[in-house]
Ligand binder design. Sequence first.
Ligand SMILES: [Cu+2]
Length: 348
Amino acid sequence: MTRVHSKKSYVILYFLLFSMLLFSIYVPKLFASEYHTHQGEARPDDHAPIGVMGDHTHARGEFMLSYRYMHMVMSGMRQGTSGVSSAAVLENFMVTPTQMTMDMHMVGMMYAPHDRLTMALMVPFLDMSMDHVTKMGMNFSTQSSGIGDIQFNNLITVWENENHHFHIHAGMSFPTGSIEERDDTPAGPDMILPYPMQLGSGTFDVLPGLTYTGKLEKWSWGFQGTGVIRLGTNDRQYTLGDRLNVTMWGARKWNDWLSQSLRIEGKIWGDIEGADPMLMPMMVPTANTKNHGGKRLDVLMGLNFSVPRGFFKGHRIAVEGGLPVYQDLNGVQLETDWMISAGWQYTF
Ligand SMILES: [Cu+2]
């Protein structure tokens, strides 16, 4: 009960802070005659590497449409910081996962009703596949796909000048993703799938965050911290762990249409609380709530292309790929091997 109570206080604090900041947006208007968000020419590294969300804001009246594709491969099991064989996992479970791939398509829209407020909507579509081997040596695979949790975010510029920009995030994730994905397994037809194969959290989640970016003539850099705070318990009687992401990047602008970036990203996420009563925790590690939290540090490299003028002015294309250099997973879980993101953005 104390946990639920503390979460309620989080949300109240959050909305108080949010309304104060929304109000503060209009206060500078009383003092300043005009407020400029965009200074100078657009450049390829005006946007962070494509794997970073909510990294930039827009000038009043601007719209941005975007599409992102992300592919992630997880192969082999890991306990803590070291790999474990399928045979070792099968000493304690009937089945072990061997590999998982995730493809995500994300459609986004941004709109700035004010120079200090940019609203962002993101709609993800997920496509996941997990391969397994049983104690008897049989291989099988399960699939799930569909819409994930829709996110709505408010990016509020707190302070900026010619070279530095700082905004906070006040967002919410809605439980539009299914948590009742099913597939056939050796245990039976149309069985409820374990937690990592579900498409959403099943809960309303609060998405706070802050972003700082800086730039000089040829270089730019940034820092972002974001969180996911789950509210309450979902319809299948569990709550996914809260998450904290921290990332830093640097980019070199080569000319007016190309920049190159290097980024590190650290993540910490908690274990699942409660449990889906239809899942058998002795069957497979993914169905056991002890095997979900962890920490990870990724290193990523990226390219940003932008079109500064002409018919395709306002269009951007970017790609970023990377791999973990450290991962410490609670219990036994599939380890992440590599990931790649590519995206298109159009501002008008
Ligand atoms: Cu944008």
